[in-house]
Design a protein around this ligand. Structure first.
Ligand code: ADP
Ligand code: MG
Length: 583
C-alpha cells in the first residue's frame, strides 16, 4: 500500500466517548494492540462508527477485517459478519477470542445444541461479533433470530466480507450471496459494509447495485504493490526455469508456487525437493492432517516453498513470502493479482513470476468450453482469460496494465517489471500472421477440417511428418510458406495472435480458427505488432520435443479438468454451498 494514513483526527478521537463506549483508536490500541490505523482503514471506520454504510475495496492483506471489527466493538450491539469460507471463519473467531473479544459463529458445522447456545448468547447481548455463513442467512429462522437481536441488544454493523461473491459472473460467485441483498437495510440504523479485494470497476458497480449501497462511503484503496516485481516469461521447461529462479534469486526464501493440477503440484514439489529445495505440496486432495501440517510448516518455519493449487492462500497471512511463482497461467487477472498479492506483505522486495505457454491457452479454452454454465457465463470466463493473456503478451509496463485493469490508470511506467527493465522489441508480424491465417482458412476450405497448433506449425514449416503425409497436407499451396521461422518462433507468434484476438482456439480439441480480428488482418487492414521473446531456451540442446501442443494435450487436459471439477466439488462441500459452477 502506498498511501499514508489520513492526518485528520477521527471524530471519535476528538469527541468525548459516550459512557460505556470507547473510541475507535482506543479499541485499536487496547484490543488489537496496534499503534495506528493503516492505509485507509480510518476513513472506513469513521464512516461506519458514525452510522454510515461503506463499500471497501482494498487489496488482500490491507486489513479489511479491522474495518468492521473496530466499529463492531465501538458501536452498541453485536456485529454480524458474513464470510464465505468456514475455515477462515474459525480462524478469525479464534484470533478474536485470543484477544478477548466475544466472538461466535453460526454455520453448518455446528450441532443443534451449539447453535442454541450461540442463539441464547446473542439474545442476551453477550456477543461482540458473530460470523455467519451466507447460506444460514437465507433461512427464515436465523432472520427472525436476528430481528429479535436487533430489537433487543442491537446490531452494531452488518458486514459482508468477500462481497465480490455476489457478482454472478465473477470468479467466485456464491448463490447465497444474492439473498443477502434483502437483508441490507432490514434493521433500522444498522450500517452495512461490503468488503472485497476484487476491484475491477465492473465488480464494484455490480456489488454496489446488488447490495443497494449507492449511498455508501466508497473507499477504493490503491492496488499498487510497489515492492512486487512482476515478471512473465515464455514457458519452456517450467521446473528447470523455476529452479533457476529459486537458486539464483530466492535461495532459502519462503515462496508459493501455483500449479493448476494436483498431479503437477505433487510432481513439482517432489522434484524441487530432490533438487535441494525445502518444498512441500498443498492441495484439496491431500489428507486433511497432512494438509494442515504442511500449511503450518509453511507459516512457522523459514524458507519453506509450498507448491499448491489455488486452494491454497485465502486467509494465509505470512508477511515474508518472497516470491509467488505460477507455472500455469491463471484463469483471470483478478486471480493472478490475488495470488501474487500474497508475496511481500512486509513491504520488502518480492517477485511475482509466471511462466506461460501456448498449451496453457489451449487447456484453459478447453476448460471453459467444457464447463457447466450458460453462454453468458462462458463469455465472461473467456473475457477473463483474454485479459490475462493480454497481460502476458503486453509489450508495455505490466504494473501499469494491472493498475489500469483495476480502474487505477497511471501514465508512469514502474521501471521495475520485466518489460520496463528489458524493453520489449517488437516487430511487424503482419506477414507471418497472414501466413498462419491463410493456412487455417485453406485447411478449412480444402480439407473441411480444423487442426491444432502442432499440425499447423508443421504445415507452415513444411515438415513431412507422418500425420502431414496422412492428410496430404504437403499438397496444399501453403505447405512450407513459413519455413523462415522456427517452431519456437511460430509458437510465440501464435500465442500472441491468440492474445490479440487475431486467431483463436476454436473448440475443446484445441483446433485453431480465425479470431474476431482475423479477417481484417488477412486483408491487411489491421496492423500486427509482435514482441520478440527475450528469454530464450536455456536448457536442453538442439531440437526439442516437436509438437508439445498437440502431442500430450488430450490426456493432460482431461486430467486437469477432472481435478478442477473434483476440487470445486470439495470446496462446495466444505462450504456447504451447491456446486453451481464447475470451476
Ligand atoms: P484482508 O482481509 O484485507 O486481506 P486482514 O484483515 O486479514 O486483511 O489483515 C491482514 C493482516 O494485517 C492481519 O495480520 C492484520 O492483523 C494486519 N493488520 C491490519 N490492520 C493493521 C494495522 N492497523 N496495524 C497493524 N497490522 C494490521
Ligand atoms: Mg479478508
Amino acid at each position: 500500500m502506498s498511501e499514508g494514513t489520513t492526518s485528520l483526527p477521527a471524530v471519535t478521537d476528538v469527541l468525548p466517548s459516550p459512557a460505556g463506549t470507547s473510541s475507535a483508536l482506543e479499541v485499536l490500541h487496547r484490543v488489537f494492540g496496534y499503534e495506528s490505523f493503516r492505509g485507509r482503514q480510518q476513513e472506513v471506520v469513521d464512516a461506519v462508527v458514525a452510522g454510515g454504510d461503506a463499500v471497501v475495496l482494498m487489496p488482500t492483506g490491507a486489513g479489511k477485517s479491522l474495518c468492521y471489527q473496530v466499529p463492531a466493538l465501538v458501536r452498541r450491539g453485536v456485529g454480524l459478519v458474513v464470510s464465505p469460507l468456514i475455515a477462515l471463519m474459525h480462524d478469525q473467531v479464534d484470533a478474536l477470542r485470543a484477544v478477548g473479544v466475544r466472538a461466535e459463529f453460526l454455520n453448518s458445522t455446528q450441532s443443534p445444541d451449539e447453535r442454541a447456545e450461540v442463539e441464547r448468547a446473542l439474545l442476551a447481548g453477550d456477543v461482540d461479533l458473530v460470523y455467519i455463513a451466507p447460506e444460514r442467512l437465507s433461512g427464515g429462522s436465523v432472520r427472525s433470530l436476528l430481528d429479535r437481536v436487533a430489537a433487543g441488544p442491537g446490531i452494531s454493523v452488518f458486514a459482508i466480507d468477500e462481497a465480490h461473491c455476489v457478482s454472478q459472473w465473477g470468479h467466485d460467485f456464491r448463490p447465497d450471496y444474492l439473498a443477502l441483498a434483502d437483508l441490507v437495510g432490514r434493521w433500522q440504523g444498522v450500517p452495512t459494509m461490503a468488503l472485497t479485494a476484487t476491484a475491477t470497476e465492473a465488480t464494484h458497480r455490480e456489488l454496489t447495485a446488488r447490495l443497494h449501497l449507492e449511498g455508501a462511503t466508497h473507499v477504493v484503496a490503491s492496488f499498487d504493490r510497489p515492492n512486487i516485481q512482476y515478471r512473465i516469461v515464455p514457458k519452456d521447461d517450467p521446473k528447470q526455469q523455476l529452479l533457476k529462479l529459486i537458486r539464483e534469486e530466492h535461495r532459502g526464501d519462503a515462496g508459493i508456487v501455483y500449479a493448476l493440477s494436483r498431479n503437477s503440484v505433487e510432481q513439482t514439489a517432489t522434484w524441487l525437493a530432490e533438487h535441494g529445495v525445502d518444498a512441500i505440496p498443498y492441495h484439496a486432495g491431500l489428507d486433511p492432517r497432512i494438509r494442515a501440517a504442511n500449511q503450518s510448516r509453511f507459516l512457522r518455519d523459514d524458507g519453506v516453498v509450498v507448491v499448491a493449487t489455488i486452494a491454497f492462500g485465502m486467509g494465509i497471512d505470512k508477511p515474508d513470502v518472497r516470491f509467488v511463482a505460477h507455472i500455469d497461467v491463471p484463469k483471470s487477472v483478478e486471480g493472478y493479482y490475488q495470488e501474487t498479492g500474497r508475496a511481500g506483505r512486509d513491504g520488502l522486495p518480492s517477485t511475482a513470476w509466471l511462466a506461460y505457454g501456448l498449451q496453457d491457452v489451449v487447456q484453459q479454452r478447453r476448460f471453459i468450453d467444457q464447463s457447466v454454465g450458460d453462454a453468458a457465463h462462458k463469455r465472461k470466463q473467456s473475457a477473463n482469460l483474454d485479459a490475462m493473456l493480454a497481460l502476458c503478451e503486453t509489450v508495455g509496463c505490466r504494473r501499469r496494465m494491472l493498475l489500469a485493469y483495476f480502474g487505477q490508470p497511471t501514465d508512469q511506467d514502474c521501471g521495475n517489471c520485466d518489460t520496463c527493465l528489458n524493453p520489449v522489441e517488437t516487430w511487424d508480424g503482419l506477414v507471418p500472421a497472414q501466413k498462419l491465417l491463410s493456412t487455417i482458412v485453406r485447411l478449412q476450405r480444402e480439407r473441411n477440417q480444423r487442426f491444432g497448433a502442432g499440425q499447423i506449425v508443421d504445415i507452415l514449416r513444411g515438415k513431412r511428418t507422418p500425420r502431414v503425409e496422412q492428410h496430404r497436407h504437403d499438397e496444399l499451396s501453403v505447405f512450407g510458406i513459413g519455413a523462415d521461422l522456427s517452431d519456437r518462433a511460430w509458437r510465440s507468434v501464435l500465442r500472441q495472435l491468440i492474445a490479440q484476438e487475431v486467431a483463436q482456439v476454436a473448440d475443446d480439441y484445441g483446433t485453431l480458427g480465425l479470431g474476431p480480428l482475423g479477417p481484417a488482418v488477412l486483408k491487411g487492414e489491421h496492423p500486427v505488432r509482435l514482441r520478440h521473446d527475450l528469454e530464450r531456451s536455456s536448457s536442453g540442446a538442439g531440437s526439442k520435443r516437436a509438437t508439445p501442443v498437440a502431442a500430450d494435450l488430450d490426456a493432460g487436459a482431461r486430467e486437469l479438468f477432472e481435478e478442477l471439477r473434483a476440487w470445486r466439488a470439495d470446496q462446495a462441500k466444505e462450504q456447504g454451498v451447491p456446486a453451481y459452477v464447475v470451476f
